[in-house]
Design a protein around this ligand. Sequence first.
Ligand code: SF4
Length: 680
Amino acid sequence: MRVVPSICTFCGVGCGIGLRVEGGRVVGVEPQPGHPVSQGQLCSKGWSTSFAIDTADRLTRPLIREATGLRPASWDEALERVAGAFRDALAEGGPGAVGVISCARATNEDNYAAQKFARAVLGSNNVDHCARICHSPSVAGLTLTLGSGAMTSSIADIDEADLILLIGADASENHAMIGARILRAQARGAQLVVVDPRQTRLARLADQHVQLTLGSNIALLNGLLQIIFANGWENRAFLDQRCENVDVLRQHVAGLTPELTSAQTGVAVAELERLAYALSHARAAFIAYGMGITQFQSGTNNVIAVSNLALVCGQVGRPGAGINPLRGQNNVQGACDMGCLPNVYPGYQSAASDEVQAKFAQAWGVPMPQAPGLTSLGMTQAALAGEFKALMIMGEEPVLTDPDQHHVERALRALDFLVVVELTMTETAKLADVVLPAASFAEKDGTFTNCERRVQRIRRAISPPGEAWTDWQILGALAARMGYLGMIWTDAEAIFDEMAGLTPICSAMSYPALDAHHGLHWPCDAAHPQGSPLLHAQSFPRGRGRLLPVSQVAPDECPDAEFPFFFTTQRLHFHYGGGSMTRKSPLLERETPAGLLFIHPQDAANLHLQDGQGVRLRSRRGSLETCARITDDVPPGTLSMPYHFREAPCNILTNSAQDPQSKMPELKACAVAIEPLPPG
Ligand code: SF4
């Protein structure tokens, strides 16, 4: 048996694993000793990584749809079908009618290839991925306030903090090794404050749980600012030296009172004052947030409000202090960094800039698209309007994870052509005209970038099953068939080197340099050859930190007479995304039933509902049946469901109302009605 070092693929923490390989198969997983993120440990998901690789239902041959269904085909036939469909769509609708949805689970090399295929081969900026529905507001909001939209600290900074503030983030469920590190820091004396409408596991263990009303984030954050300014607790030296717009923000919140904030948020005045004092007096506050901040129609403004609070307290740019969006998928940071977004090339170089377009046109040997690109939800809306023809989806499962599932299915069926690149036959792949078998992370070389901007190597441990290829091989072969030969690479390292040569924030990175350091944090350039675990110590990328006044916006749908409950979504510790990988593990699968609705005991009593009883949920977009779990994890009047289960796909219910700035849909709040089903 040999052990091949790799990185866990089940969340964005980026723990170091060793793949135990025997007889050409991955037979188990072990923690990488001495890995700086996971420190020789793994969570239960991490220990189950091997189940996602070695499964009986892996796709091993290309499949092509005929009138009778999908049938096996050769790569030659499948690629010709895909190339022909893209050529037809381009002829009929132009570059605006075609696009690519890349994959936050695939490698940086795969994602670099995906956006290069979209721009250099299809001539379109229509490239996006699931960051749209997790942290697109972080990129938009933090770029406006700081000039860079990623974690400003490293995970190790948790150890340096004397206050850890989690806002709308359920770290023990979703980023388990970060959750564990936070608890260790608390045990050593750091204060832990959790701001969340739900009583998460960390909220129960916190020194303070600020249980705000769902969707009242900006009211709370502005109210804290008002208390801080009114008491003179702001960090005046930091504001004078590093920030702009201070008086505008001060005036914006001056009309608030703690009592008004308490009424808007449901948080007692004493709790507001306690948090305002703690944050403004902490030596170093590690501020982390998750989708409880971003997945609202006010997502970008929510992020800006977090940034305002951190800047006013001077809690950024020092060891232990920072603003930290906790990214969900194992390589969602990398997919953004690689330019799989309609508005930026690799390294966040603007797609609207003539200079950037000219740079990539010269490097790639073809003209770059001028027109702005569509987001993933923009592509589905255009498909429903008959204006979008052909789409490639790589390893993503929008049918389960995007809001308003019926809407997504209708949009995918409305396409002239859908090609899906996947490991297994997902709900999205079932709708495809062509399905192409992909190699898993254990079957290829490459890099992932974790949530703290650390770019880390993964290595090929076994051969792909059957005829499966890596994503970049598929894209290169397709590009060649469509007449573009600039995507024929010898190996993943050649792609990485091409990317690093065109991406200033990664310009000093190479595979040997990554190997020597357990990965490197970007920016890693001539000035920072060892990478940059801590950002913004001296200045912000935009110069001064910008304070931007933002105001509370209620969720698009609030409870009313017909739909009297708030509905929100969440994740569970044992599963990941649409469950297509974690549900292959019998160890994880046995931990929780396939579909649950969390409901407060008071609401359950009012409905005469028993624990485990079936319920029907209904929103303005659809209905589903699942079973009730009675718990005070949720407050009265709010229901919550995890989105991992195709048996009870909660995104049938969710709302696709969007944040105007980032196009993030409001997955975290809508209104529903509930009806108990007869017991039994
Ligand atoms: Fe894997 Fe995330 Fe668990 Fe680490 S915390 S072992 S990356 S699932």
